[in-house]
Write a protein that binds this ligand. Structure first.
Ligand code: NAP
Length: 250
């Protein structure tokens, strides 16, 4: 069983599958982070060389099924996985956490891309920006020299970066009181984030609501049409069914 990982859900699934008789999960990480949180069990690190490389790897390792538990914005590997599983003629399941839902009091403005969000920023009165989109993809914001950015990422962000900025290296989960304090401390006027979903990084959205701040939310990229579930338990049950092992109670 190959788990394409790099997320908290992928790690939880590796732990859940490690206890299933007849199932040997191998977790795969891209190798982007120097000190990754490692899943339980066997782990491999690094790209496969596109869909063809992955298909060859699946066949060579005699993999029976794939769970794509990658981040919702990691679309390239999801498309590769769908194509490779079809080539290798093995089943694939996507474990996709739901996106965040706007609630009363939220001022969210959805944008289809990072470039669109950067353009929208130029038209906003708020000039102090909390940018939490990860360490890549910052180029569209690099030309905004009227704005000041608090850039938060786990690893140092990749150039080009906006000229007026402070970089904060931190890994979630974050709490609402801490996010409120951080945004107050830096007099943030607008939050820019991806619609990653999940509880680990949701606190910034609650904090923005409490402070009455607008949020520029980057919409998810298109993903392949493969069978999908939303929870680790559902993914574990799918594997258990394939392996002929009765599902365990939650
Ligand atoms: P991506 O754009 O979809 O993938 C780029 C390339 O990286 C893929 O073509 C593949 O190389 C390799 N790759 C990606 N995930 C892999 C995995 N789990 N195992 C082996 N190779 C992988 O992905 P990304 O956005 O750079 O994200 C990289 C990893 O970070 C993913 O595993 C994802 O779950 C995690 N992550 C991403 C984000 C985000 O915002 N994008 C946030 C949190 C975590 P080959 O073509 O050579 O196979």
């Amino acid at each position: 069983m190959l788990i394409l990982g790099g997320t908290a859900e992928a790690r939880a699934l590796a732990t859940a599958l490690a206890g299933l008789p007849g199932v040997s999960p191998i977790s795969s990480l891209a190798g982007r982070v120097a000190d990754p949180a490692l899943p339980a069990g066997q782990v491999r690190i690094g790209g496969f060389g596109g869909a063809d490389g992955l298909a060859g790897w699946l066949t060579g390792e005699r993999i029976d099924a794939v769970v794509d538990a990658t981040h919702p914005f990691a679309a390239t590997i999801s498309w590769s996985a769908a194509q490779a599983a079809a080539t290798a003629a093995i089943p694939i399941l996507a474990l996709r956490r739901p996106g965040w839902n706007q609630g009363p009091g939220d001022d969210w403005r959805r944008h289809p891309s990072l470039s669109a969000a950067a353009q929208a920023l130029a038209g906003l009165a708020a000039d102090r920006v909390f940018l939490t989109i990860g360490r890549t993809g910052l180029a569209p914001f690099a030309g905004l020299d009227e704005h000041w950015f608090l850039i938060r990422s786990i690893e140092p962000p990749e150039a080009p970066l906006p000229p007026r900025r402070q970089v904060l290296l931190a890994r979630g989960p974050f709490t609402v009181p801490d996010e409120v304090a951080l945004m107050r401390q830096h007099r943030i006027g607008v939050l820019v984030t991806k619609d990653s979903g999940g509880p680990l990084t949701e606190a910034k959205l609650v904090a923005a609501r409490e402070l009455g701040l607008p949020v520029l939310l980057i919409e998810r990229p298109p993903v392949p049409d493969v069978p999908a579930v939303a929870t680790v338990e559902q993914a574990r049950d799918w594997v258990a069914l394939l392996a002929g092992t009765p599902a365990q109670p939650d």
